[in-house]
Structures are given as structure tokens and as C-alpha cells.
Design a protein around this ligand. Structure first.
Ligand code: GDP
Length: 592
């Protein structure tokens, strides 16, 4: 093995290409950057005794050993982590990099004209209508303005925008914030501003409904300034455009501004490499099977390519453009409908082109095997605190929800004051009302912790937070909150543990296990039972025993867990006195 490696390095010594990477990188992204199949990277890692899957991250040192074997010299980018794990970074030294169109998402308050604006922009693309194509709604579309194409994501709003980011897919290059000139900055406008800022995406403000008699664009600019967005006219750097989605007034100025911002961002991609993209939308079509819209991020996707999308695979049978035309290939920033997958992927899933069917199969198997085991542990107040105190993190990101506006500002201020240069308290988003699913998604996307002050998560939000392991902490007394944050920043906060019921079962039969020991034949009515959890026996509403689950069987086999709707044989450590009709509750202590 050693010989093989050294051979590779010597023969390629002269041609080693620089590869900038951060502290850590996922196997999939590393493979992208090295322009090889992920499987080859996985194999290379195996040779070094490391068993990692596509989605797992390896550290810089490990990545640089692998990179060398493929002719690259890794160079460390200081301070880069998080996003680099899933982003589609390009090697800036590559010669085949070409300018790519910007991908734009439209955000803003309900009824401010997002959909109308998207439709108006789409219909400016007269050339394509002349070509006879019927515009199709495939989740994204491209228009050409002054000969340069711009891609628009057809699902407006920050929910979709952040949901994609939470899945690790940052597709938007520029955010257009729509504000109705006859209305002004509304709650969802502020929310959108925070979501855009958290994503660190350039922002252009479209002041819409300028045809309305009540239009007051200066008021909008004033309100924007209160949100730290100072427009150019007032000496700031935020570009704004007065438009009317209804009459079409100002649209070309808006498109020009988009081009300008895109130019400044120097968006580039390498059309010569194998296609990499993100799923924007997916649906099961009766006649065509799985149809999913993919935004190609880099490389070129071609008919006939073997692809893996999330944990779904297939071969590209056909590519359909947003104009409804069959095409042979799609390059960077192009939205395209892909036919030929064997199952439905999820929006935000990554598409990669692989060498052949066997590789596709392997990658999918690997992903399915690791699904769940791979789930990242998200930030907790305790962990971030101790990282800060060890100098390994510099800021604590929080999302703050309170009951009334007055308390948002008060709580926000007292939290921000607790930070110092070494340990910054960053409020990614604050607002009033219950903690929502969108807050949880933003927390995932920004590695933030959610603080509820006098408010609770709504049901969906709690479920999503449990699933994605996002920490939600609730307070009703301000000094308790500030005390916890203060302790956290010093790395002194002890994890708080709470007991959670994981599953409920009914005893339906009793079996003897040897002479004295008994096991209960149970039917699980809710949740799940897992070996290692504790269980309490409840009879007539009274708890009569609490102890460890010592055995869990499905038929004759020992199993690790049994889910709701199934029967199982259960034995408890130190308890044999089961009765039919007893209720058993599996429970476990978890850090909250
Ligand atoms: P969305 O909820 O942000 O997608 O908003 P819509 O695009 O559905 O627009 C909401 C309402 O505002 C609709 O009745 C539109 O016709 C209207 N609207 C949108 N843009 C304009 C505009 O520029 N001027 C006027 N007067 N009305 C508009």
C-alpha cells in the first residue's frame, strides 16, 4: 500500500494542483473537488484504515493524504468549516472555470407581489415564446437579459430558502427582497431579512407596487435603514429598484441590478466536469415516472449519465428544459427536469454523476446503511460554551422568540451585552410568537440554539427539533436566561437532563423464562422500545416498578429496538410479576 502511494506522489510530483480546503470536509465534497467518484475516495480512505461514508467528514490531515493520491496538494483555508462541508466549492486555480449565471430567490411578506413578480419576469422572455416552447413550471426558470442568462427559483419565500439550506444546499446567489411600496416592512419582511443575512447572500430590494397611488418608496428606505440595510441613495451599499410587477415598470432595471451584483460576486463553475446539482422539486408523474427538477451547480449533466440523488439512483433518460424542450445536456446554473430516477428524491438532495451503475448502487447502499447513524449532533448551549472556553469557537448563535415585541428588544440587548470579543453572542433572528418550523430550519442552517422566552414551540416545530436534534431552551425569568448564557460562554453550564417517555406498551401475555424469571408479551401502542432504556410498570394508574430493560425479543430473536404497532417479548431487570393489562412505559434521560 505504501509503495503504491509513494509511486503516485513521485510520478505526479510535478503536476500537483493546489486544493484549498477547510478544517474538515465531507467525503462527497472532497470527491467533487478531486473530480473523482466518491467511491474512489472511500476506497483510498479504507487503505488508510478509515471507514467513512459519503456524508461523513474527514479532517484536513486525512483529506490531504487522500488528495495527494489523486494529484492534489491540499492547502488549508483558515476558519473555513461548516458550509464547506456541503457546498460545491470550486478550485479557483482551475483553468476550465467559466462565468455562470446567478441563481436568484425572491423573498418577502405575503401579498407583496412575489408570485406576480416571478411571472412578470418570466414573461419578459419573449424570445422563447417565439421559439414555440410552452413555459413549464418546473420549480425554476431561466431568462435572458442583455444576452446574459439569470436563473430564478420559482418557490418564493424564506421557508423554502432556509429549508434547502438546512439540508446543506445553498443554491441562491442573490436574494431579491420584495416590499410593497403601499404597505412597508412587515413581520415576514423582517424575518426574510434575517434569513438572508444568516445565509450571507447579497440582497437586492425590489420596492414593488409603484403603480399604486399610496406608494411611498422613501418610507420603505427609512424602514430598511432601521433594519441595518442602508440603500445606495442614502450612502449605503444596498441596491434597490422601484418596480411594478403589474405594469412591468422598472423590471429591466431590476434585472440589470441583478447582473451587476452577479458580476461583482464573480460566480464561476467548471462545465467540463461531471454534473453536480441540487433537487429543487420532485414529483411522481403517472405517465413519466419520477420527474425531478435539478439545478445544476457545476459541471454538465447529460442524457445517459448514471446518477445518485440523495439515496436514490438512476440513469438520465431525458432532460427537459424550463421551456418544455428536450435537451441533451445542462450546464452550470441551469434548471432542468430529470427523468429516469428509480424513486422520489427530496428537495435539497444533492445530485452527483457517477461512473457506472455499480458505483451508483454502492453509493446508495453506503448512504442507506449510514442513514441515521450519521446524523450530526447539533449545537447545544453546553457544547458551544465549552468550545468557546477552549478557544475553538468564537460565537454563540441564538434564535430568540418572545411573547411581546417589548421583551424581544429587552432580552436581545441583555444577551448581546454578555458577549465579548472572544465570545460573541450573535442573534441570528428574533421575533414574537411561538417557535415555528421555520425557526428550527434556520437553527439547523445557522447552527443556532433556539431560546423561547414566555413562548413554546408549536407542535410541528417540536417534532422537527427532536428529529434534527436542535436545542430549544425555554425561559420565563430573564435572569435565569442571562445566567445560563453567561455560564455557557464561560463553558460552565452543566447539561440539564430530563426524562422522556420513549414508548408505551400493553402486556398481553406472560411467558416463563426458566424457573423464576418471566417475560411479558407486549404490544407497543406508541413510540418505541429500545434495549438500554429503562421501563416502568404501571398497574391501575400506579407505578409499581421502574428498572432497566434486560431483554427485547421479536419472536425468538434478540433485537435492539421494536417500533409501535409490533409485538415483542420484554424482560425487566429485577421484575417478574407481570399481569396481563399492565402498561409499560419505556423512558430515557436526555440532555435538553
Ligand atoms: P405574494 O403573496 O407575495 O406572492 O403576492 P402576489 O404576487 O400573489 O400578489 C398579491 C396581490 O398584489 C395580487 O392581487 C397582485 O395582483 C397584487 N400585485 C402584485 N404586484 C403588484 C403591483 O406591482 N402593483 C399592484 N397594484 N398590485 C400588485
Amino acid at each position: 500500500m505504501e509503495q503504491e502511494q509513494s509511486e503516485v506522489t513521485t510520478t505526479r510530483k510535478v503536476t500537483l494542483k493546489a486544493l484549498p480546503i477547510g478544517e474538515a470536509i465531507s467525503v462527497g465534497v472532497l470527491a467533487d473537488k478531486l473530480q473523482v467518484d466518491p467511491v474512489q475516495v472511500i476506497k483510498q480512505l479504507m487503505r488508510a484504515g478509515i471507514f467513512a461514508s459519503m456524508n461523513q467528514a474527514v479532517d484536513f490531515e486525512t483529506a490531504s493524504v487522500v488528495a495527494r493520491a489523486f494529484g492534489f496538494a491540499a492547502r488549508k483555508i483558515e476558519g473555513a468549516s461548516g458550509q464547506g462541508l456541503t457546498g460545491v466549492a470550486e478550485d479557483s486555480s482551475s483553468k476550465s472555470l467559466e462565468v455562470r449565471p446567478a441563481v436568484v430567490t425572491i423573498l418577502g411578506h405575503v401579498d407583496h407581489g412575489k408570485t406576480t413578480l416571478l411571472d412578470a419576469i418570466r414573461s419578459t422572455n419573449v424570445v422563447d415564446r417565439e421559439a414555440g416552447g410552452i413555459t413549464q413550471h418546473i420549480g425554476a426558470y431561466q431568462v435572458t437579459h442583455n444576452d446574459s442568462p439569470i436563473t430564478f427559483i420559482d418557490t418564493p419565500g424564506h421557508e423554502a430558502f432556509t429549508a434547502m439550506r438546512a439540508r446543506g444546499a445553498q443554491v441562491t446567489d442573490i436574494a431579491v427582497l420584495v416590499i410593497a411600496a403601499d404597505d412597508g416592512v412587515m413581520p415576514q419582511t423582517s424575518e426574510a431579512i434575517n434569513h438572508i443575512k444568516a445565509a450571507e447572500v447579497p440582497i437586492i430590494v425590489a420596492i414593488n407596487k409603484m403603480d399604486s397611488l399610496e406608494a411611498d418608496p422613501e418610507k420603505i428606505r427609512r424602514q430598511l435603514a432601521e433594519h441595518d440595510l442602508l440603500v445606495e441613495k442614502w450612502g449605503g451599499d444596498v441596491i434597490d429598484a422601484e418596480v411594478s410587477a403589474k405594469t412591468g415598470e422598472g423590471l429591466s432595471v431590476l434585472l440589470e441590478n441583478i447582473e451587476l451584483v452577479a458580476e461583482m460576486a464573480e460566480l464561476k463553475a467548471d462545465p467540463a466536469r461531471a454534473g453536480v446539482g441540487v433537487v429543487v422539486e420532485a414529483e411522481l408523474d403517472r405517465s413519466r415516472g419520477v420527474a425531478c427538477t435539478v439545478l445544476v451547480q457545476t459541471g454538465t449533466l447529460r442524457v445517459g449519465d448514471f446518477i445518485v440523488v440523495g439515496s436514490v439512483r438512476g440513469r438520465v433518460k431525458a432532460l427537459v428544459s424550463d421551456k418544455g424542450q428536450r435537451i441533451e445536456s445542462a450546464g452550470p446554473s441551469m434548471p432542468v427536469e430529470v427523468l429516469g430516477l428509480n424513486d422520489l428524491p427530496i428537495a435539497g438532495d444533492r445530485l452527483v454523476v457517477v461512473q457506472d451503475e455499480k458505483t451508483a448502487r454502492m453509493v446508495v447502499e453506503e448512504r442507506l446503511k449510514n442513514d441515521g447513524a450519521n446524523r450530526v449532533n447539533r449545537a447545544t448551549l453546553e457544547d458551544v460554551g465549552s468550545l468557546i472556553s477552549q478557544g475553538q469557537a468564537k460565537e454563540l448563535s441564538l434564535i430568540l422568540k418572545t411573547d411581546v415585541q417589548g421583551s424581544v428588544d429587552a432580552v436581545r440587548q441583555s444577551l448581546e451585552q454578555l458577549g465579548s470579543d472572544d465570545a460573541l453572542v450573535r442573534i441570528v433572528h428574533s421575533g414574537t410568537g411561538a417557535i415555528t418550523e421555520t425557526d428550527v430550519l434556520l437553527a439547523v442552517a445557522s447552527e443556532a440554539i433556539i431560546i423561547g422566552f414566555n413562548v413554546k414551540p408549536d407542535q410541528g416545530a417540536q417534532r422537527l427539533a427532536d428529529h434534527d436534534k436542535v436545542q430549544i431552551r425555554q425561559y420565563d425569568i430573564i435572569y435565569r436566561l442571562t445566567e445560563d448564557i453567561e455560564k455557557a460562554l464561560k463553558g460552565l453550564l452543566e447539561p440539564e437532563v430530563q426524562d422522556f417517555v420513549e414508548g408505551t406498551a400493553e402486556v398481553r401475555a406472560i411467558f416463563a423464562l426458566g424457573r423464576t424469571r418471566k417475560s411479558a408479551g407486549c404490544y407497543i401502542t406508541d413510540g418505541k422500545f429500545t434495549r438500554g432504556d429503562k421501563a416502568r410498570v404501571i398497574r391501575g394508574g400506579q407505578e409499581i416498578f421502574d428498572g432497566a430493560i434486560s431483554g427485547l425479543k421479536r419472536f425468538k430473536d434478540d433485537v435492539r429496538e421494536v417500533l409501535s404497532g409490533y409485538e415483542c417479548g420484554l424482560s425487566l431487570d429485577g421484575f417478574n410479576d407481570f399481569f396481563e393489562g399492565d402498561i409499560i412505559e419505556a423512558h430515557r434521560e436526555r440532555v435538553v
